[in-house]
Each structure stands twice: as C-alpha cells, then as structure tokens.
Design a binder for this molecule. Structure first.
Ligand code: NAP
Length: 256
C-alpha cells in the first residue's frame, strides 16, 4: 500500500512503543510517508531514537517541549530546511498534573488548568501555525482527543476540559486553513494502555467498562488507530475536515 507515497510528516508525542503516536507513525510509514519525530526532554531521546531509527538511520529526530515557542520554531526551521515541504502533522501530546486527575474537578488549581490547556490544546494551534508555511501542497493535521471532552468521565477532570478546547481549536483551524487545502481533524480514541493513560486514576476500570459496554465488546487496538490516522492523512479523506472521528468500538453511541 502506498497511500501516502511522497508525503512528508512530522510526529509529536512518541514516548515509547505503546504510544498512540507510534502506532500512527508506523501506519504512515507503511503507507509510504517519510517522517520526522520530536521528543520532550533527554529522558525520552533514546526511546524515540531507537524506534525512529527503524525507519532509516537518517530519520530526523528533534527535541521539542511544546510549551516552548523557541523549540517549536527550531523544529520547523530544521525540518523545513531538510524537506522543503510538509504534508502531515500528528499532534499526540497531552499533560495535566497528576493531582488534577484525581478527586474533584472543582479543586483544579489555576496552575493545573493553565498547564493542561497549554500542553494539550494551545500546542495544536502553535504547531499548526509553524507547520502551515511548509504545507504548500495542502496537508492533513491530526490530533488525538478523548470522549471526556463531551461527557463527564470521572477523574478525567481538567483533561476533559482541555480536550474540549482541542476539539474546538480543530474546528477553527479547519476553517482558517481550508482555503489552503489543509485539513484538521481529531481522532477520539477509546482507552489504550499507554504511559499517559496510566496517569488517570481508575484507568484499569475504564478498560473493563469499555469492554463490557461498547457495542463491539472490546477495546480499540493501537493498529486500528494507526489505520484511521493513515485514512485521515490520505486523499480518501480529502473532503473531511474539522471533525472528531470516534475510534472507540462504538462506545460513544451508548446512552447507558
Ligand atoms: P503517551 O505515550 O504517554 O504520549 C503522550 C505524549 O505527550 C508523550 O510523548 C509525552 O512526553 C508528550 N508530552 C507531554 N507533555 C509534553 C510537552 N510539554 N511537550 C512535548 N510533548 C509532551 O500517551 P498516549 O496515550 O499515546 O497519548 C497520546 C495522545 O492520545 C494524547 O493526546 C492523549 O490524551 C490521547 N489519547 C489517549 C488515550 C488513551 O487511552 N491512551 C485515549 C484518547 C486520547 P512525556 O512522556 O515526556 O511527558
């Protein structure tokens, strides 16, 4: 399959081989895209280098804390210089202080609210703004979201509010960028056992709950998120923008 042959992409959010970003990057790579990767801080550099090098020894890998404008600028300057253009951007990054993902939403501190929104929602706007000048042939921007943006999921708290901001940002970006043939969409994934997910109190229960209540009676697999990511990046999705696509074994349609 070479659905994405000739496409160049940049992936934010690989922490390890369980990361959703890695599942989507693999699918993009298998579909023929050439990819660059970023990582946050030295702690993750080795992991990302090890994974990314399986795509070729010269794969571009750059540090980027998405709360730092100068790091974002550098990533796109270096990637732009290397490739000359860009077609795909994956935003698979989120963070909220652990204390904000336990107990009551009511107790969310100003600082936890700010950090969660900066890392998990504003970063999509900042990354898109820097990517767009290189997307001269059109493009596809994909961000990862969760159902807690729409409905109350106990303990998801401020992250649900940040995901609501991310989904709304997707729509406004889709409107701004449509004339340049740049599409912006979210994948709303059912729960997947990753590093970030383990920070949510009661995550194990969430997996069991989905298995019991989703129409497909199981949890989503990382490969399936990869396949949806490849679809959204491809011309098959050429008329899809500003959407939130649920890849959750149907859980989202249930009333009880
Ligand atoms: P993950 O492997 O832990 O990925 C999260 C990534 O965000 C990590 O690479 C993390 O790096 C990065 N990150 C956090 N703060 C950052 C910052 N300031 N700058 C740059 N990167 C930063 O977990 P994941 O589950 O795959 O999460 C990926 C996306 O999917 C997130 O948006 C998440 O909300 C979303 N999602 C996950 C699920 C799920 O059940 N797993 C469901 C729906 C949506 P560090 O490790 O260094 O913090």
């Amino acid at each position: 399959m070479s659905l994405l042959a000739g496409k160049i992409g940049i992936v934010f959010g690989v922490a390890n081989k369980r990361s959703i970003a890695w599942a989507i990057a693999q699918a993009w790579h298998e579909a023929g895209a050439m990819l660059a990767f970023t990582y946050q801080g030295e702690r993750l550099r080795e992991n990302v280098e090890e994974l990314a090098s399986t795509f070729g020894a010269d794969t571009l890998i750059l540090p980027c804390d998405v709360t730092r404008d100068e790091e974002i600028e550098r990533v796109f300057a270096v990637a732009g210089e290397k490739f000359g253009k860009l077609h795909l951007l994956l935003h698979s990054v989120a963070f909220a202080p652990r204390a904000a993902l336990e107990g009551r939403f009511l107790d969310t501190s100003r600082e936890a609210f700010r950090v969660a929104h900066d890392v998990s929602a504003y970063s999509l706007v900042a990354l898109s703004r820097h990517a767009v000048p290189w997307m001269t042939e059109g493009g596809s921007i994909v961000a990862m979201t969760y159902y807690g943006a729409k409905k109350v999921v106990p303990h998801y708290n401020v992250m649900g509010v940040a995901k609501a901001a991310l989904e709304a940002s997707t729509r406004y970006l889709a409107y701004d960028l449509g004339p340049q043939k740049i599409r912006v969409n979210c994948i709303s994934a059912g729960p997947v056992n990753t590093l970030a997910a383990r920070g949510i109190s009661g995550f194990g229960e969430m997996l069991k709950h989905y298995e019991a209540h989703a129409p497909l009676k199981r949890n989503v697999l990382p490969d399936e998120l990869g396949a949806t990511g490849a679809f959204l990046a491809s011309d098959g999705a050429a008329a899809i923008t500003g959407q939130v696509l649920y890849v959750d074994c149907g859980y989202q349609i249930m009333g009880m």
